[in-house]
Design a protein around this ligand. Structure first.
Ligand SMILES: NC(=O)c1ccc[n+]([C@@H]2O[C@H](COP(=O)([O-])OP(=O)(O)OC[C@H]3O[C@@H](n4cnc5c(N)ncnc54)[C@H](OP(=O)(O)O)[C@@H]3O)[C@@H](O)[C@H]2O)c1
Length: 309
């Protein structure tokens, strides 16, 4: 099987390369921006048709959430890379009868999920006896309506729509708060945990937003799960792949410092203390109803810290 990995030097892309290269059933081609610009439809058609892969994994993306909120030219770039390019890939994949995997985000959701009621409860009373021991998962499942509240989410939803419109054999995999080895690409950003490790080493106290509940995704776990989904021939469509354990940024830093034995005081604050150009969803936990769950983010984080040493 020939597999093409695009965005191969990104945080997720590099892990996809590692996972697929380990398996001799696959012949891996790893392309980054230097090998292909996926916003150029002619390049996409010509280069990918010539290679003729059986599987295309698109891990390339525009991820500067705040930059594309405050600057129109940046939003235009986000719409090209996140919104239009996945449609070009879907078209060529369809022509080649190849499988396309497109990655998307929890930021396609509004941040205000429906709160489930126990069966038999007539309304949103929140207090009748049926609510005792009723602890539903709160978040967005694969079929929840996407209503992004910032430009980045809008551009990623455009990409989902373009794949659905132009593609045939595709998986759209949504993830959230990716962490792992820093990418080696030009536009690489450090993941949240690496930024907070540095902050913890330099400061006696750090303030962290105690909001925006969602799930972390460990890049090596997502890469392995992507391979599993393809090999299990899961039905094409939308999947949610994240590690288990919904938490706020603050809760995650408390765990991180405990594991890394950092004594810095962690102070919970509201998002008003750190105003940013782009709105973030208040809750964006991705509910997975289709796959076996991944391990908890705490176990994945422990492994990440161990491997960093
Ligand atoms: N990071 C997160 O927290 C997060 C959260 C939710 C969803 N996601 C999604 O997860 C996926 C992987 O994200 P990531 O954080 O691993 O991305 P990343 O580290 O930013 O990597 C993206 C890669 O795409 C390449 N690229 C940029 N423009 C390109 C173009 N026009 N043509 C071809 N390649 C291009 C970049 O190369 P250069 O740097 O050399 O330009 C880079 O290697 C994306 O779909 C992203 O939206 C990420």
């Amino acid at each position: 099987m020939k597999v093409l990995i695009i965005g191969a030097k990104g945080m997720l892309g590099q892990e996809l390369v590692e996972v697929f290269k380990k398996d001799s059933d696959y012949k891996v081609t790893a392309w980054d921006f230097a090998q292909i610009d996926i916003t150029d439809e002619n390049q996409v058609k010509e280069k990918i048709s010539k290679l003729s892969p059986n599987i295309i994994l698109n891990a390339a993306a525009y991820n500067a959430v705040d930059a594309c909120e405050k600057d129109k030219a940046e939003f235009a770039k986000a719409k090209m890379l996140n919104g239009k390019a996945p449609g070009y890939l879907a078209k060529v994949a369809k022509k080649l009868d190849a499988i396309l995997v497109q990655y998307s985000t929890d930021y396609v959701f509004s941040g205000y999920p429906d709160i489930p009621e126990p069966s038999g409860c007539s309304g949103s009373c929140g207090s009748c006896s049926l609510h005792e021991n009723f602890a539903p998962q709160v978040g967005f499942d694969e079929n929840a309506i996407a209503q992004p509240i910032q430009n980045y989410g809008k551009s990623k939803l455009m990409g989902e729509d373009a794949v659905e419109k132009n593609g045939e054999k595709y998986y759209i995999i949504r993830l959230s708060k990716l962490f792992g080895k820093p990418a080696t690409s030009k536009t690489a950003k450090k993941s949240f945990f690496d930024v907070m490790l540095e902050a913890g080493k330099k400061n006696k106290e750090v303030k962290v937003v105690d909001e925006e509940t969602s799930l972390f995704t460990y890049a090596p776990d997502l890469a392995k799960k992507t391979k599993e989904i393809i090999e299990a021939e899961k039905p094409f469509g939308i999947y949610h792949v994240t590690n288990e354990g919904p938490c706020t940024w603050y809760e995650a830093v408390v765990e991180l410092y405990k594991m890394a034995k950092i004594k810095t005081k962690v102070v919970p604050v509201s998002s008003d203390e750190f105003p940013r150009p782009a709105a973030r969803p208040y809750v964006s936990t991705l509910i997975n109803t289709k796959l076996n769950p991944l391990r908890s983010y705490k176990l994945a984080l422990r492994e990440y810290l161990k491997n960093k040493k």
